[in-house]
Design a protein. Sequence first.
Length: 368
Amino acid sequence: MSTNLQVGIVGLPNVGKSTLFNAITKAGAEAANYAFCTIEPNIGVVDLPDPRLDTLQEMFQSKRKLPAAMRFVDIAGLVAGASKGEGLGNQFLAHIRETDAIAQVVRCFEDENITHVAGSIDPLRDIEIIMTELCLADLEAVEKRTQRLEKIARSGNKEAKAELAVLEKVLPLLQEAKPARLAELGEEEEALLRELNLLTRKPVLYVANVGEDEIADPLQNPHVRAVADLAASEGAEWVPISAAIEAEIAELEPEEASLFLAEIGEEEPGLDRLIKAAYSLLGLINYFTAGEQEARAWTIVRGTKAPQAAGKIHSDMERGFIRAEIVSYDALIRAGSMAKAREQGLLRLEGKDYVMQDGDVTYFRFNV
């Protein structure tokens, strides 16, 4: 999952998406002041900042360090009518469908030099425009599927009836332009819906793009407060960012960036907050492996058991899993070394039913 996990960055044209993406990846995606500047999605892989990995590399004297990574996909600006093919609608919606989560950038700053596609700054209206388009696209997919299943269900097919029952929970929400993620579904129902890969079932992170002078106290901005309130009502995540500042930081050396952040009263770049929020949104954690050759972070979904975690490294390790030797990161740091952790009885032997915890430093034993 480390590099396959994808977060799609969406938003109306000219809200700061591509500027933010440039900063995320330093990839130089074209950012210009006109609609449809981004047609093909740009993809950038960004490392997850985790100081624990630096400490492990030092402790084990590892030759290299491999952090966990996340893919961000910069998807062209959506417009009203995208679900009916307006702008470059259908292409964009197909790109979003391939992502695991959606980061919606909403403009919360005033700047008369940067035109807004709707002529004024109103993040809740912008969110509604995009949500409506995603709901309309999902509604079309659900209605088509329903028509197909109704014919099959009439012949007494149990699977078709079960899936229809799930679609009937989602359909009324989409008809009211409400996201499918508001439907409360059990695990089996979720599995039945997964094949449709609904846009509005994906978790959402709102990125409130603020002016450079507002990042130190973003909630002073009424637009940001409106986004924060909406996120709270939906159980979604939100994060304030100044895309302009992030673009500046991306050009600096690490030491210069630290000084710059201190000057504006920030402890970490907004991008770090964005990545952490995306991790939280997707319910992800990291475990570590460390040795002479490399110190590495591995990304897994919270609740993953040891054999499946081993499978992230290699499928043979999952198939031939015997046990995991585990010490928690905090316990290892307190002990000072793996040898001392072993002496102090902090190293545990865990079997197939062990649920991995964030920060587990792990050695898997397997036999194929």
